[in-house]
Design a protein around this ligand. Structure first.
Ligand SMILES: C[S@@+](CC[C@H](N)C(=O)[O-])C[C@H]1O[C@@H](n2cnc3c(N)ncnc32)[C@H](O)[C@@H]1O
Length: 266
């Protein structure tokens, strides 16, 4: 049997690594790095290498790298393009395992934040096993998500009592009904989707760029008064270092109808 560990490493703060992640790192024979093209890949890989240098201890380990396939972003068929990308990525992972692991060994992926939040690797491994790879087993080691880092830095609870909290993407905010947004975490936004909601009444934003890293920037306030500043900050960071990873919460001061402070979950 080959054991694969999906280790959540937190959102870019070396101190956000859990003790379980460190213990998992110390039992790994080979680490798989899927290298993405584009701005920011070098610093993401450097962060993983620094974690290994600090926590792997004296035992020897190997690093095997593979090229993460690119998704066809120009395709009009979004779901189809994602499916195609998922299958190609599963194949890259299978090839890496076959070329670099012996029976009885442990391999690991160091996954940004938590493996369960907007990360396809867990699905890739389920797909592999479903295709008949009964020589592979995997374990998930949870990590601190960018959402936890954001709420901690802004010192706000994620949920309000009795009200739902929605986790969504910039793409959904760009195309969905603005009136339906009450308390939403927005991730994977490459086009300043918050700008579309700036005229919504009573809306606050809690924004964080590269939270937990030395480049962290936090901005919070009424959306109509801060949206321009956030957009300008994103532009400046992109011009300075090529990329920025941001997450934000859009929250109306008026709670969603039906929510209350006294319904028992607080
Ligand atoms: C592919 S998802 C991975 C999320 C990750 N699995 C997690 O648990 O945080 C990448 C998105 O996470 C968010 N993100 C990741 N790290 C971040 C950070 N340090 N600060 C702000 N947002 C971050 C951004 O919205 C980015 O587009």
């Amino acid at each position: 049997m080959k054991t694969i560990l999906l280790i959540g490493i937190g959102p870019g703060d070396p101190d956000a690594l859990t003790l379980a992640a460190v213990k998992a790192i110390r039992r790994t024979d080979v680490f798989f790095f899927l290298e993405k093209e584009g701005d920011g890949k070098d610093s993401l890989i450097r962060f993983r290498r620094e974690i290994l240098a600090e926590h792997a201890g004296d035992r020897s380990y190997r690093i095997a790298t593979g090229a993460s396939p690119r998704r066809d972003r120009a395709s009009a068929d979004y779901q189809g393009a994602v499916e195609d990308w998922r299958h190609r990525r599963t194949q890259v992972i299978a090839d890496l395992i076959d070329a670099n692991m012996k029976d009885g060994e442990t391999g690991a992926f160091l996954l940004w934040g938590d493996p369960a939040l907007y990360d396809g690797t867990m699905q890739n491994l389920h797909d592999l096993i479903a295709k008949g790879r009964d020589d592979i087993a995997f374990e998930v080691i949870p990590g601190i998500t960018c959402i936890q880092a954001l709420t901690a830095k802004h010192r706000i609870p994620l949920n309000r009592v009795g009200e739902e909290i929605v986790i969504t993407t910039g793409r959904q905010i760009e195309t969905g009904d603005p009136a339906a947004v009450h308390n939403s975490v927005v991730m994977l936004d490459s086009r300043d989707a918050f700008m579309r909601l700036r005229d919504q009444p009573d809306m606050d934003i809690f924004w964080g760029g590269d939270v937990g890293s030395p480049d962290e920037i936090l901005i919070a306030g009424p959306l109509d008064g801060t949206a321009d500043r956030i957009a300008e900050t994103i532009k400046t960071q992109r011009a300075r270092k090529g990329w920025v990873m941001d997450t934000y919460i859009l929250r109306r001061r008026q709670r969603a109808k039906g929510s209350s402070r006294t319904d028992g979950d607080g």
